[in-house]
Design a protein. Structure first.
Length: 154
């Protein structure tokens, strides 16, 4: 039984959604995005779960992806980790955290990111780089230009 992110709930046919694991917070999200789709999803036999996100948050903090993940994303990740089931998501940050934990994941739309990456700060002036501990942009210690958060191959 796969764990499905909201993109799957929006785009997959009902037959494919059947039996999937989802979180209650996703249903709230889906109601805002597409009330019609929410009604359809509620009529399908799926496993609805709620989960604390502590472990998911630590894992996402380790890869630097935490600031890019919503509370709903983190809960989906937490459910995937707790159940050991494959996570279907197109969110690169979720995929990145799964990859760092060797947790199985698949894409919703069959596009899968190939590479593990890390986040780094890169100076727009002198191109110096440093590891990004957070997503906060700072000034370069060498030349004083702004440093922007970029993806780097990890
Ligand atoms: Zn610089």
């Amino acid at each position: 039984m796969p764990v499905l992110d909201t993109a799957a709930l929006l785009h997959w046919p009902a037959e494919r959604l059947q039996g999937g694991i989802v979180t209650h917070s996703q249903l709230d999200e889906l109601r805002k995005l597409s009330p019609q789709r929410a009604m359809l999803v509620e009529s399908i036999e799926m496993e609805w779960m709620s989960m604390g996100t502590g472990d998911a948050e630590s894992a996402a903090a380790n890869t630097g992806d935490l600031p890019r993940l919503s509370p709903v994303d983190l809960e989906i990740l937490a459910v995937a980790l707790a159940t050991g089931q494959t996570l279907f998501t197109d969110d690169y940050s979720l995929q990145n955290v799964c990859r760092s934990l060797n947790h199985p994941f698949e894409s919703v739309s069959n596009k899968k990111s190939e590479q593990q990456w890390a986040w780094e700060l890169r100076c727009i002036g002198c191109r110096a780089t440093k590891k990004a501990d957070s997503q906060t942009e700072e000034e370069c210690e060498i030349c004083g230009s702004p440093m922007k958060v970029k993806r780097s191959r990890g």
